[in-house]
Design a protein. Structure first.
Length: 121
């Protein structure tokens, strides 16, 4: 059974939600609830990048980007690896990539008044 099937069953009331998983999910969403962190994750969805590249693309100070990346590492959404003098960041999972893409798509629907998709329709 796929993880998506487990979630669907739990959210449909067929299975109880695990309190620890709910707390972790809320923490993940809190980590996404900052525009700079979300932008960093969206950039990393295309592949690994170093701090200098991320700083230039986000348009924030290097110290700010480093703090945000630290928060994302703490939340286990990104990992870092030293490559010579550079530190390269990457997403920890395709789940993070999908979460960022879905959040962006939902926001795009809200921002542009695009009708939402619904399986119930």
């Amino acid at each position: 059974m796929r993880a998506r099937d487990n979630v669907a069953g739990a959210l449909d009331g067929q299975q109880p939600l695990d309190d620890n998983v709910v707390m972790t999910a809320a923490e993940v969403l809190r980590s996404l609830a900052d525009a700079t962190r979300f932008h960093l994750l969206a950039l990393l969805a295309d592949g690994p990048l170093d701090v200098n590249t991320l700083t230039a693309k986000v348009g924030a100070s290097r110290s700010s980007v480093s703090q945000h990346l630290g928060r994302l590492r703490w939340a286990r959404l990104v990992t870092a690896r030293r490559e010579g003098r550079r530190v390269v960041y990457r997403l920890t999972s395709d789940h993070v990539r999908v979460l960022v893409a879905e959040a962006y798509a939902f926001a795009e629907h809200l921002d542009r008044d695009i009708p939402h998709h619904s399986a119930d329709a």
